[in-house]
Design a protein around this ligand. Structure first.
Ligand code: PEP
Ligand code: MG
Length: 574
């Protein structure tokens, strides 16, 4: 029987497909004692299952396109290594003989031993590898049990599959990047969590904060996901299916129509030119950037190069990635943000031991205390600046001391390159992110000392309203239209104007077409967003007359009552 779940729509569109449960819970395994004469047969069954999984993984490895990120083959190689290690390939067989038990039980016992050993390791990165052991074992168990493989990975046809998970980390999402899931739905998460941002960047329909999707939905059940309304319909009846198929077609037609404005100039009716830039996570996002008609990259979240891999990327690896993007953008600006890990983007032991990760050693704080890591990244960015129009963006600045220390680090990287005769753009622009209220309140001081500012509204809202952006329990308080947030944005825009320095917004507010007119009226002229949102925002720009909207916008900025703000916004967007 059909039933409906409500959550937060984080990436719009309508998907109809088959549920694939990304269960982190353990596969249920029975224990039975085998008579001695059956042990050889059981061992052969175990070997067959191991072979099947090995072949599957090798086939997946061979299918990885040449331009896929390096971490994809590395990830599969690691799983193959785990599979072939004697602790998994031989020890369970010894257990089967010594305990006369079935293959599933022996394998599970051995997995538990290994997990316990991993948990005792001090190095956080190695400790986390227990997850890989569990994933490999679960694959083998599913073959032994004759279950279809539920673990979503790089399998072939996922276009009709809807991934149902308790939670997805940014690293999980990067692993799924470019996989053709029809949609993602999760029990937890907020609209501006990094997992949600990645869902939008992948242009994959998504609903989060459903609370009990994983326990209520069964594998292979048909589900409908409405990423706009935040609704999931499980086991729909014929009428519901028909209605949503219709809506899905309408959505696609609307989207097709938008493509017509891809190459048109982004200007308001009153002729004001607006820059629409794109946010990216990896060089492979460039194709989507180009298809969107973006005229630059306003935010390259470099931290995603650091995820799903063994160890940190070297200077050369980073340089290659930055150079590829700079060259592909052909002289258009490419704003590379220095490493912003921490909070909901953990990175092994670098980001551990923090009481409150969102308020801890993240972003520029971490880079300034990990000089070698920062130096490597700055050298890589500077080297790439020789191949395009590269800019450096510093995340999470809170005071001028951090800024001075950052400039010192940039100078040090420049000096070392000069000494080695390596070319770079000595006049490279350096910008700062305004995402802490303290920084917005002193935006003038930052504007005077930097070449440009970029408002990170996701964090600015989080820190102004004191709500964790990834926690769905407080997501009802996450309000981009809160008067305090709007005042801080206005303050930053004015500071930029006064200092003659450009200011952009690169948080999710920039990609929400319902906020485009308001931001234009507040004085914003440079937006940076996920490529998938760019055409909807451009459409709003093309249909806005800023002078006409001004009086309504001033009323929004003066309003302190949420109902009044909503009413005014509805009028503004008419
Ligand atoms: C922001 O905080 O708005 C931002 C763009 O940075 P991130 O979402 O990566 O924290
Ligand atoms: Mg941020």
């Amino acid at each position: 029987m059909s039933f409906t779940l409500h959550g937060i729509g984080v990436s719009p569109g309508i998907a109809i497909g088959v549920a694939r449960l990304a269960s982190h819970s353990r596969v249920e395994v029975a224990h039975y004692v085998l008579p001695a004469q059956f042990i050889d047969k059981e061992i052969a069954r175990f070997d067959d299952a191991m072979n099947t999984v090995r072949q599957e993984m090798q086939a997946l490895r061979a299918q990885i396109p040449a331009n896929a990120p390096a971490e994809m083959p590395a990830f599969l190689d690691m799983h193959l290594m785990i599979l072939d290690d004697s602790t998994l390939s031989s020890v369970p067989k010894q257990l089967m003989r010594s305990q006369s038990c079935n293959a599933e039980w022996a394998l599970t016992q051995q997995m538990e031993q290994l997990v316990a050993q991993f948990e005792a390791i001090e190095d956080a990165y190695l400790r986390e590898r227990k997850t890989d052991v569990v994933q490999v074992v679960e694959r083998v168990l599913k073959v032994l049990l004759g279950h279809p493989d539920n673990l979503p990975s790089n399998e072939s046809n996922l276009a009709d599959c809807i991934l149902v998970a308790h939670d997805l980390s940014p690293a999980d999402m990067i692993n799924f990047k470019r996989q053709q899931f029809a949609a993602f739905i999760t029990d937890v998460g907020g609209a501006t969590s990094h997992a949600a941002i990645l869902a939008r960047s992948m242009n994959i329909i998504s609903v989060m904060a459903l609370h009990s999707a994983l326990s209520l939905i069964r594998d292979n059940e048909i589900i409908i996901v409405d990423g706009q309304q935040g609704v999931v319909i499980v086991d729909p009846d014929d009428a519901e299916l028909e209605e949503y198929q219709l809506r899905q077609n309408q959505w696609r037609i609307e989207h097709q129509k938008l493509k017509r404005i891809t190459s048109s100039r982004a200007a308001t009716i009153d002729g004001i030119e607006i820059e629409l830039h794109a946010n990216i996570e990896l060089p492979q996002d460039i194709a989507a950037v180009k298809a969107s008609g973006a005229t630059g990259i306003g935010l390259f979240r470099s931290e995603f190069l650091f995820m799903n891999r063994v160890g940190l990327p070297t200077e050369d690896e980073q340089f290659e990635a930055y150079r590829e993007v700079a060259a592909a953008m052909n002289g258009m600006p490419v704003t590379i943000r220095t490493l912003d890990v921490g909070a909901d983007k953990p990175l092994g032991e670098l980001t551990e031991h923090t009481l409150n990760p969102a308020l801890g050693r993240r972003a520029i704080r971490l880079c300034l205390s990990e000089q070698a890591l920062f130096h490597t990244q700055l050298r890589a960015i500077l080297r790439a600046s020789h191949y395009g129009n590269v800019k450096i963006l510093i995340p999470m600045l809170s005071n001028l001391t951090e800024l001075r220390q950052t400039y010192t680090a940039i100078e040090r990287a420049k000096t070392s390159l000069t000494a080695e005769n390596i070319a770079f753009d000595n006049t490279i622009a350096v910008g700062g992110m305004i995402e802490i209220p303290a920084a917005a309140l002193m935006a003038s001081a930052f504007a005077e000392r930097l070449d440009f500012l970029s408002i990170g509204t996701n964090d600015l809202i989080q820190y102004t309203l004191a709500i964790d952006r990834a926690d769905d329990k407080v997501s009802y308080l996450y309000d981009p239209l809160h008067p305090a947030v709007l005042q801080l944005i206005v303050m930053t825009l004015r500071a930029g104007e006064k200092a003659g320095k450009p200011v952009s917004v690169c948080g999710e507010m920039a990609g929400d077409p319902k906020l485009t007119r308001l931001l234009l009226g507040m004085g914003l002229r440079r937006f940076s967003m996920q490529s998938a949102s760019l055409l909807s925002v451009k459409q709003q720009v093309l249909t806005t007359q800023i002078s006409d909207a001004q009086s309504l916008i001033q009323k929004v900025l003066k309003a302190t009552d949420t109902d009044k703000v909503d009413m005014l916004m509805a009028r503004l967007n008419q």
